[in-house]
Design a protein around this ligand. Structure first.
Ligand code: SF4
Length: 498
């Protein structure tokens, strides 16, 4: 690939949607003659793909931008850009706080990036492309200003050749009081099913085995095509028999939209992972009301029971916020109770962080001291870890069908220590440069219920489905060994769990 546009360094923080955005932007820039570097010092173009969900993530970006002031002085041709949620939210403020930044590009304007880099380099001067604020126009006008960015896929830019994210919707209309996403990613808009099916087919042609459908509230997906209403269950039905695709996942679910048709699709379509991420956020009704989550704890419990009844082996994970304004010790204890009751596979736990532009920051003081937030965070995490480990221990002796992702992190570290570090290279480089290890190494993959499984095997198994019998576990990982053909003949009654 020619690199007449020089070297590009990109740093990505935040959610899977950001990872996908970066993958697509890099792929497009490579097409236009940029080459990727891991060394910010040698970069001609530096991009930060940012997240606004927590204050801390933004601070880190601003301090990194601050450090680049001298680099820009030494190399006036260098282009420094901020893209993503922080760009949409802070806009001019970024130029004010970091005057050496050239580009500010919001989540709904990513397709403008190649042109804006070119203009900033050749004409100098700042460039900004952002979408309308939610109050700056009608819903339709604001929605039009946020464009879904889904250009052609470049297989070499994915972290794994066998797994890919596919965006099925953008934005959010739920307006939870603590969350900036409805402002930074705009109104909820679903992509046409035909486009998604086409993209999945292309990905399968590139060797992808597992697709993860992305949306901020993925199960709110709704679009009318050729007079027919497509919900997420219909979309899953449409893409499930794409040749080459072995597994389909979708994140993140909104509890109120967990309808029976979707649960039936997960039950009846064999390629769909038996895994649902459905954030509860709190186990206390007063807090849920304050968060404007749109359901009560009783309704969450009812939804959870419906999943358990329809999908007995399905793993369910959650998110919780601790220390939101007004969260008393009693409210917090109710969240712990919900975790004990639901026994989630895992939970992502966040300390509340007041965000400008949200209802919560206008309405309530951030009144839970930071040490209390930290204590609650740690205590909740250790409860969740204990539950995860206990439940994983119950799985010892079971056999899981695992989609092999490749060499495990610890085996990679060991290889790096021996001088074969490929961990920061795109996937095409990994297959080209990694020498074939002498024998079996530790591999990693995921079960159909999204559990991480490690086992010894030949790296050539990457991308295939293997059966692994579990012999040990930790809170986050199952350890086991591949079921050999010989074992399959001797132990015909070996239970295949998921
Ligand atoms: S559902 Fe709530 S928390 Fe999730 S993205 Fe939308 S506003 Fe944010």
């Amino acid at each position: 690939m020619p690199d007449h546009n020089g070297k590009l360094y990109i740093e990505t923080v935040g959610c899977q949607m950001n990872m996908l955005d970066s993958e697509l932007v890099v792929a497009e820039l490579r097409q236009q003659g940029f080459s990727l570097t891991n060394d910010v010092k040698e970069a001609d173009t530096i991009l930060f793909n940012t997240c606004s969900v927590r204050d801390h993530a933004e601070h880190k970006i601003y301090s990194q931008l601050g450090r680049l002031k001298f680099s820009k002085r030494a190399r006036p041709n260098q282009v420094i850009g901020v893209m993503g949620c922080m760009a949409q939210k802070d806009q001019e403020l970024i130029f004010n706080r970091a005057p050496h930044v050239d580009l500010v590009v919001g989540t709904g304007q990513l397709k403008e990036i190649p042109r804006l880099i070119d203009e900033a380099r050749h004409q100098r001067g700042r460039r900004m492309a952002v979408s309308l604020d939610r109050k700056e126009g009608s819903r339709a006008e604001v929605a039009d200003s946020f464009e879904s960015y889904d250009p052609a896929r470049d297989p070499s830019m994915r972290p794994s050749p066998y797994q890919a994210f596919v965006r099925i919707m953008i934005g959010c209309d739920k307006f939870c009081t603590y969350c900036v996403v409805p402002m930074t990613r705009g109104p909820e808009q679903s992509r046409p099913p035909r486009e998604i099916a086409h993209e999945v087919k292309l990905l399968a042609g590139q060797g992808v085995k597992e697709v993860t459908l992305l949306g901020q509230t993925v199960n709110s997906y709704k679009v009318t095509q050729d007079g027919k209403l497509f919900r997420l269950s219909d979309l899953l039905e449409l893409i499930h028999d794409t040749p080459g695709i072995d597994r389909i996942k979708f994140v993140t679910n909104y509890p109120r939209d967990m309808t029976d048709d979707l649960l039936h699709a997960v039950r009846d379509i064999p390629k769909i992972a038996q895994y649902l991420h459905v954030p509860a956020q709190s186990g206390c009704d007063e807090m849920l009301k304050r968060m404007k989550r749109g359901y009560t704890v009783g309704e969450y419990r009812e939804m959870h029971a419906r999943i358990r009844e329809t999908l007995p082996g399905c793993a369910i994970s959650s998110d919780f916020i601790v220390g939101m304004c007004g969260e008393s010790e009693t409210s917090y204890q109710k969240s712990l109770d919900l975790i004990r009751e639901c026994r989630f596979k895992n939970s992502f736990i966040f300390k509340y962080s007041p965000r400008p532009g949200t209802k919560a920051i206008d309405l309530w003081a951030d009144d839970v001291p930071d040490d209390v937030k930290r204590h609650r965070n740690n205590e909740m995490l250790s409860l969740q870890n204990r539950i995860s480990e206990e439940d994983n221990a119950e799985l010892i002796g079971s056999t899981f069908q695992v989609l092999v992702e490749g060499i495990s992190k610890s085996a990679r570290k060991a290889q790096a220590a021996e001088g074969n570090d490929d961990s920061f290279l795109p996937s095409d480089a990994i297959s080209d440069l990694t020498p074939e290890p002498p024998g079996p190494v530790q591999l990693v993959g995921r079960s159909r219920c999204d559990r991480i499984v490690v086992f010894n095997g030949n790296p050539r198994l990457a991308g295939s489905l293997v059966d692994v019998t579990i012999s040990d576990c930790s809170a986050t990982t199952l350890m086991g060994s591949i079921v050999t053909l010989e074992q399959q003949h001797c132990e015909t009654s070996l239970p295949i769990v998921l």
